[in-house]
Design a binder for this molecule. Structure first.
Ligand code: SAH
Length: 264
């Protein structure tokens, strides 16, 4: 082999080496791409189940520091608040604040209530596992999810169609099978499924809607904020006694979005 032949052989060798390296690089690259896609998928599944990035820890802390520490004792309520992934009921950019001690915007000028208020209203209802509950003001669907962890069935009504539809989709994706959402004016309740053991109204009305009182079972309880929009409102507990008469009790001052009769 003369020197120029040697040179050609060396170049061919080099060429092969470069090709092989390129090939190995592509294999490794596709492996990493596949891995990142797969781990994204896994993270997504976990986030749907509710617990990536330490959200569960934040939720347990929320229950301990904001709820149990302020006197909520009902074991079912505490359990439900520990279970429901609140961060999945707010927009992605608000997830980091989902376990804070405050309400959060959910769009259309509405809010998901402060966790403590959700717990307080739920406890006031004394919900039981055979109970049928009505919620007026679905919003994000969070309060409905908390109730659904305790009672048999939850019926919930939202007046703003896109909010109602989004909540319905979210609750379905999170497998809350015992919650039924309807878009409409909750002032009239939901006669078809009443009377109810528990009724919770999550928007402030200047009076207690008579149809809701009518749809309260004997021994049933309703929690409702009463008062004028943007002024002091009072969280009221309404009870229909064994004899059928109605008793109301003021629990605490609160601030809720207004109860409305239409949405445009
Ligand atoms: N329970 C909700 C909080 C929602 S804020 C949650 O957990 O996220 C109150 C909601 O009540 C708003 O979405 C508002 O649109 C709704 N609302 C107000 N008036 C209503 C009415 N008459 N019927 C049904 N929903 C009503």
């Amino acid at each position: 082999m003369n020197s120029s032949e040697k040179h050609i052989v060396n170049i061919t060798h080099l060429d092969l080496l470069v090709k092989r390296t390129r090939y190995q690089f592509l294999v490794v690259l596709s492996f990493f791409i596949a891995l990142s896609l797969f781990s994204g998928e896994v993270c997504y599944c976990f986030s749907l189940k509710g617990d990536s990035a330490g959200y569960e820890k934040l939720r347990y802390e929320m229950v301990e520091k904001q709820i149990a520490a302020r006197g909520i004792k009902d074991g079912n309520v505490l359990r439900a608040m520990r279970n429901v992934p609140r961060h999945l009921f707010v927009s992605e950019r608000r997830r980091g604040s989902a376990y804070g001690d405050f309400p959060l915007p959910i769009g259309y000028g509405q809010t998901i209530s402060q966790p403590f208020i959700v717990a307080l209203m739920t406890e006031l209802l004394e919900p039981g596992k055979d109970h049928i509950a009505l919620e007026v003001g679905t919003g994000s669907g969070y309060q409905a999810a908390v109730l659904s962890e305790i009672v048999k069935e939850v019926y919930t009504i939202e007046i703003i169609p896109p909010l109602g539809r989004a909540a319905e989709k979210r609750l379905k994706e999170l497998a809350y099978k015992n919650v039924t959402v309807k878009v409409g004016d909750g002032y009239y309740g939901w006669e078809e499924y009443g009377p109810f053991d528990c009724i919770v109204v999550t928007a402030a009305s200047d009076h207690i809607p008579p149809p809701l009182i009518k749809q309260l079972k004997i021994g049933g309880k309703m929690a409702i904020p009463v008062g004028r929009p943007f002024l002091v409102q009072h969280l009221m507990l309404v009870e229909r006694s064994e004899h059928g008469d109605i008793q109301t009790r003021s629990i605490s001052p609160v601030t809720f979005v207004p109860f409305r009769r239409e949405w445009k």
